[in-house]
Design a protein around this ligand. Structure first.
Ligand SMILES: [Mg+2]
Length: 210
């Protein structure tokens, strides 16, 4: 019965993450992609975004080795910037609490657009129980493909909790009910504020399970 949660913007946030992504690619590629180039990307996962930027820069698709190099450089940037005494991540305490309460009774996954090692770093910073499985951005997978992979061979009910229209679109494409967090996903689905209390989150999830 996997209940899947996005991470960034859903369980907390790490400010200026896209600046760090551009800086990491700048280290590898000689100069960073511009904010305008990043803005032209249509994907919502690290693989898709770095692949799109790679095509803009080099006119060829990203390969696995290039993605691994990006992942290592990006994790290094995050570890430096979010080190103790540096910038602090914001944790959505009530939603994180609910995630752990739900994990005591259901299969819960974190399914995020971050590259796997970056997802591991962010999950650790937010204090997510390491026993909760995580699925980060894999080569040649969009978010819908990631969700389908997380749900493979698992009986329903399933659910995706996310904060952006791309999360809603992926949930719909994968045939999942959707619970929104924050005010950035317009639509008729149920939605929670980022400071929702755990009971409110658990009740909202329970109402959507099928
Ligand atoms: Mg998000």
């Amino acid at each position: 019965m996997p209940l899947c949660f996005d991470l960034d913007g859903t369980l907390g946030h790490f400010s200026s993450g896209f600046v760090l992504l551009r800086e990491a690619l700048g280290e590898l590629w000689g100069s960073a992609p511009s904010a305008e180039e990043l803005g032209r990307c249509t994907g919502s996962t690290d693989w898709e975004i770095v692949d799109e930027l790679h095509r803009m820069r080099f006119e060829t698709g990203l390969d696995e080795a290039g993605y691994e190099a990006y992942e290592a450089a990006c994790v290094e940037r995050f570890r430096t910037v979010f080190a103790p005494g540096g910038r602090e991540a914001v944790a959505y305490a009530g939603i994180l609490d609910a995630l752990h309460r739900l994990a005591a009774h259901h299969r819960v996954w974190v399914v995020s657009g971050n590259a796997p090692d970056l997802l591991a770093f962010k999950a650790e910073v937010l204090g997510i129980d390491p026993a909760i499985p995580r699925l980060g951005s894999l080569p040649r997978h969009d978010r819908t493909a990631l969700l389908r992979r997380a749900l493979q061979d698992c009986p329903g009910p399933h659910l995706y909790v996310g904060d952006r229209p791309h999360d809603l679109n992926a949930a719909q494409a994968a045939g999942l009910p959707f619970l929104g967090v924050g005010g950035a996903v317009p639509g008729a689905h149920p939605s929670l504020p980022i400071d929702a209390d755990p009971e409110q989150v658990v009740q909202s999830v329970a109402a959507l399970m099928r």
